[in-house]
Design a protein. Structure first.
Length: 256
């Protein structure tokens, strides 16, 4: 066994995928053992053409240390390469754990849904029904048939507030909400069950969004995308994510 006393080191990182990082450690030893003259340059040139990022090391760049060695330069370059899976960092804290199952309700504002949308709604209602008591309520948009946007928003706001109960845990979907992952939606379901609330309610606004009273009533505000989604598209995306969240909680092989 040979132990090297390192004068300096640098750590480089590269994101391989959403599930893994690769790290390269360069240790510059004080030993005088000769090393192949082309090795340092080869290592550095390989790194510079790839998206490696230096996250730790001395202020003098490693490429200068290696490509232009002096008589007093370190004699050995020890390279360590490691890949660390990140799947554990993406796990829900409730994955495989028992959670309090609450009824889930979706409140959406809009006109009559298209046939394709309704077919998908029914499909996911059936899937979600295996995990919780699921209810879907459509609130008619613009019941007064007015062209005044403010009046439309206020009418939908009042109608949705009438559907909410004090014991509901309310999650509002809004473009200014917090970005969430599928694992965080699973966490949201689990956390809501620990609040003492009797029902988990998700609110999706109509063409002009949600009114001020519903937004103020929210216990959590999230957004599904940085893109602006049609409310029918948002409905299907949310239902699929709720189904995905439950499979995460149950530890089932759907989410990869």
């Amino acid at each position: 066994t040979v132990t090297y006393s390192a004068d300096s080191f640098e750590l480089y990182e590269r994101r391989l995928s959403c599930r893994a990082h690769a790290f390269i450690f360069f240790f510059l030893s004080t030993e005088r053992t000769p090393y192949p003259p082309r090795l340092p340059s080869l290592l550095v040139s390989t790194m510079t053409v790839s998206p490696w990022r230096c996250i730790c090391g001395p202020q003098q760049s490693l490429s200068k240390n290696l490509c232009a060695p002096t008589p007093s330069s370190p004699g050995i370059v020890v390279l360590t390469f490691a890949v660390f899976p990140l799947a554990a960092g993406r796990r829900s804290k409730y994955s495989g754990q028992p959670v309090r199952v609450m009824p889930v309700r979706l409140l959406t504002v809009g006109k009559k849904r298209s046939r394709g949308t309704q077919l998908l709604v029914e499909e996911y209602k059936e899937k979600l029904g295996h995990y919780c008591n699921f209810e879907d309520t459509l609130i008619k948009s613009n019941p007064k048939l007015t062209s005044d946007v403010k009046v439309q928003i206020e009418a939908a706001d009042a109608a949705m507030m009438q559907q909410l109960k004090p014991e509901d845990f309310v999650v509002v979907l809004d473009e200014n909400g917090k970005d969430v992952t599928s694992e965080q939606i699973a966490d949201l379901i689990g956390d809501a069950g620990n609040t003492g609330s009797s029902r988990l309610t998700f609110c999706i606004g109509g063409p002009y969004g949600l009114g001020v009273h519903v937004r103020e009533r929210a216990d959590a505000t999230v957004r599904l995308s940085s893109l602006v989604l049609n409310h029918q598209v948002a409905l299907i995306v949310l239902m699929e994510q709720l189904y995905r969240a439950w499979t995460i909680i149950k530890g089932q092989k759907y989410h990869h």
